[in-house]
Design a protein. Structure first.
Length: 174
């Protein structure tokens, strides 16, 4: 593993799971695995979050009730618009460095949404990914701690995934 390799816990919120779903929110936690006297640790470089402008969300979307209850519907009335979101994507590429590896639960689905709605950011990610659903399954014989349920807010869900990485003491091979 290169000392410069970044891992990004990624989560997105959308209006649904299908190809026609709109992107509502993106959150990322930028990490590297470092070795020190205490052993291998995760070093957090930053937390990045954006809500997109989607003023016309309707009850016809799959996740409308969850997003209304958690405040995302209201937040989308004041989110970033097209050009500002493109600028944010380019800023994130500069911050994240070369080809970060995406980490998350069912991260392939999140990357598929980025490929349709945030192509600039999607193209910056490495082709390799780390799916935390697989890691949880590998530890399924050990009792997992009770994690709070997903709130369907991207940043909160990223923090839950970070807790899982720390709990499992899981690191990429050095």
């Amino acid at each position: 593993m290169s000392e410069e390799q970044h891992y990004v816990i990624l989560d997105v919120e959308t209006t649904g799971l299908g190809e026609k779903a709109d992107l509502l929110e993106v959150a990322m936690i930028d990490l590297t695995a470092v070795d020190n006297k205490q052993g291998r640790r995760w070093l957090c470089h930053g937390v990045h979050h954006v809500v997109l402008f989607q003023p016309n969300l309707t009850e016809r979307t799959d996740l409308y009730v969850a997003h209304r209850n958690n405040g995302l519907v209201e937040d989308c009335k004041y989110g970033l618009t097209g050009l500002a979101f493109i600028d944010w994507q380019y800023a994130m590429i500069k911050v994240l460095g070369k080809r970060p590896i995406a980490v998350g639960r069912n991260v392939y689905t999140d990357l598929a949404h980025l490929s349709r709605h945030a192509k600039v950011l999607f193209d910056a990610f490495h082709y390799r990914t780390i799916d935390l659903t697989t890691i949880d399954a590998a530890w399924s014989l050990d009792p997992l701690p009770e994690y709070p349920p997903s709130t369907h807010r991207a940043l909160h869900d990223c923090m839950l995934e970070y807790q899982r990485l720390v709990y499992h003491r899981w690191f990429p091979r050095g």
